[in-house]
Design a protein around this ligand. Sequence first.
Ligand SMILES: Nc1ncnc2c1ncn2[C@@H]1O[C@H](COP(=O)(O)OP(=O)(O)OP(=O)(O)O)[C@@H](O)[C@H]1O
Ligand SMILES: [Mg+2]
Length: 134
Amino acid sequence: MTTRQSGSQPVRIEQDVVLARQLARKVASDCGMRLVDLTKLVTAVSELARNTVVYGGGGDMDWEVIEEAGRVGLRLVFRDEGPGIADVKLALTDGWTSGGGLGLGLTGARRLVDEFELDTAPGQGTRVTITRWT
Ligand SMILES: Nc1ncnc2c1ncn2[C@@H]1O[C@H](COP(=O)(O)OP(=O)(O)OP(=O)(O)O)[C@@H](O)[C@H]1O
Ligand SMILES: [Mg+2]
């Protein structure tokens, strides 16, 4: 796997969610992602970036245009140093929320991308890595 381009976007406040969306849209579009795939990716970005702000107490979105076996994709990492998630299985259950949400953010995001990875533990923060291939 090779990295063609990379960068990072702070995700600290609600307005950063908009910036993260715009950045993901631009990078995905520049690497030739089709509109339908791009829209799915941006929807996932909204959900994950919002979780970073609301539950993670703010963090960053690292982005990377990657190339592997002749295909190009966009890989995004949402990371924070917040409280982490005690029960990952529960958090990945449709409709489960610890707050007043719908509990559809993580599960929805997972369905919208090609690869989804959640690394978290209580007191260890949260890291969600998603990849969408073009
Ligand atoms: N970055 C994070 N740090 C800590 N806990 C998190 C983080 N992201 C998600 N969670 C936990 O996982 C739960 C499920 O997240 P999910 O996004 O699926 O639903 P939600 O945010 O509660 O509701 P919504 O459907 O509005 O997104 C959250 O309620 C929260 O407890
Ligand atoms: Mg959410």
